[in-house]
Design a protein around this ligand. Structure first.
Ligand SMILES: [Zn+2]
Ligand SMILES: [Zn+2]
Length: 337
C-alpha cells in the first residue's frame, strides 16, 4: 500500500509498504481522508521532539473498518469511524489521575512512534476508534481531531454563555476556535490576523463581522477587552501581545504551539491586579466524542473549512500548498467520497 514516510527530518517520501494486519485488540481502517496539520510540518522539519523516526505521519483521519483483531467486539468490517490519535500509556502517574494527554510516556498515532493516516490503511487499537454518524462525510471525519483539540481548549477555558472572544489567527485553527465559540453561546467573536485575505474569508465565508489586523481597531466593540482570548498562531510574540486584549478577570488560552524554549513576558502586576488567568491546552482529552457531536450538529462549516484535497501520490504538492499559507484545511484522500 502507499504511505507517506518521514525517514528523518527533511526526508519525506511516498512509498510502498506492506498493508497492516490487526493485532488482537486492533482495528484496520481504510483511510477515507486525512488532514495536514501544522504538527506534520514540524515533524517533517524535525521540530517536534516526541517524534521517533522513521514514521508514517498523519493524525487527523477517518475511514471505514476493513479488519478487526480477534479480541475486538466493538467494531465490525464496514463501520465508519474516526480515530483519537492519543495513545497514552494508562499506567503512569498522570494517566492514573485522568490526565492522559499529559502522559509521561506520551505517544500518538502518526506523531509519536505509531504509523499514521497518510496511508491507504492504518491499524490502531480499538479503544481509540469512535463510530461516526452516517451523515458525516470523510472530509468531516478528518476534521474531528482538530475540533477535538479546540474542545479540549474550551474545557480548559470553561467559558460562560454570553461571554466575548477574540482569536489571534484566522487560519484553520483560529476559525475552528471561532466557530466553537459561536456554538458555545458567545455574545461576540472577533478575529485578528496580519493577513487581510484570511480576514476577508473569515468575514465573507464564515460570517465573522469583527475582524482586524490590530487590536486597536477592535477597541470600539470591546473597550474593556475580551473575556476569552485564544492565541492560535503559535508565535511567541503574539502570545505575549495577546495579554493586552484580555478583560479584567478574563482568560488567555495558549492554544497555538509556540517553539519550545522561547519566552513570553507578562506584567505580573497586571495578572495579579486584574485577576487574569493564563491557560495552556494540550491536544485531546475526553474531547473527541464531543467533537463528533459538535460537527454532527452542523456547527462547523466543513465544506468551507476543507479548501483542497490531494491524493497520496500528490503529497509533496499538498505540503507545498500548506507551506504557502493559502487555503485552509488541506486533506489527502485517495478517492473523493
Ligand atoms: Zn493536528
Ligand atoms: Zn501515561
Amino acid at each position: 500500500m502507499k504511505a507517506v514516510m518521514v525517514d528523518e527530518p527533511g526526508a519525506v517520501r511516498v512509498l510502498d509498504i506492506p498493508k497492516p494486519e490487526p493485532g488482537p485488540d486492533d482495528v484496520v481502517i481504510r483511510v477515507g481522508a486525512c488532514g495536514i496539520c501544522g504538527t506534520d510540518i514540524h515533524i517533517i522539519d524535525g521540530e517536534f521532539p516526541p517524534t521517533v523516526y522513521p514514521i508514517v505521519i498523519g493524525h487527523e483521519f477517518g475511514g471505514d473498518v476493513v479488519a478487526v483483531g480477534a479480541d475486538v467486539e466493538s467494531f465490525q468490517v464496514g463501520d465508519r469511524v474516526g480515530v483519537d490519535p492519543t495513545l497514552n500509556c494508562g499506567a503512569c502517574y498522570f494517566c492514573q489521575r485522568g490526565m492522559g494527554n499529559l502522559c509521561e510516556r506520551w505517544n500518538a498515532v502518526g506523531v509519536g512512534h505509531h504509523p499514521g493516516g497518510f496511508a491507504e490503511y492504518v491499524s490502531v487499537p480499538a479503544h481509540v476508534v469512535y463510530p461516526i454518524p452516517a451523515k458525516l462525510s470523510m472530509k468531516a471525519a478528518a476534521l474531528i481531531e482538530p475540533v477535538s483539540c479546540v474542545v479540549r481548549g474550551f474545557h480548559r477555558l470553561q467559558p460562560q454563555t454570553g461571554e466575548t472572544y477574540l482569536t489571534y489567527g484566522a487560519g484553520p485553527m483560529g476559525l475552528l476556535n471561532a466557530q466553537v465559540a459561536r456554538y458555545n453561546g458567545a455574545s461576540l467573536v472577533a478575529l485578528i490576523d496580519i493577513n487581510p485575505s484570511r480576514l476577508d474569508r473569515a468575514r465573507n465565508e464564515f460570517g465573522f463581522e469583527n475582524v482586524a489586523t490590530r487590536l486597536e481597531d477592535l477597541e470600539e466593540i470591546a473597550p474593556r477587552g475580551f473575556d476569552n482570548v485564544i492565541e492560535a498562531t503559535g508565535v511567541t510574540k503574539v502570545a505575549e501581545m495577546a495579554i493586552d486584549a484580555v478583560k479584567r478577570r478574563g482568560k488567555l488560552l495558549l492554544f497555538g504551539v509556540c517553539p519550545p524554549g522561547e519566552k513570553a513576558s507578562y506584567d505580573a502586576f497586571k495578572i495579579y491586579n486584574e485577576e487574569i488567568s493564563i491557560l495552556g491546552t494540550m491536544a485531546v482529552l475526553n474531547s473527541y466524542g464531543p467533537a463528533i457531536d459538535i460537527i454532527a450538529s452542523g456547527a462547523i462549516d466543513v465544506d468551507r473549512m476543507v479548501t483542497d484535497t490531494y491524493t497520496l501520490d500528490e503529497f509533496p504538492a499538498a505540503l507545498q500548498h500548506v507551506r504557502s499559507g493559502t487555503g485552509l484545511k488541506i486533506q489527502v484522500a485517495e478517492t473523493s467520497k
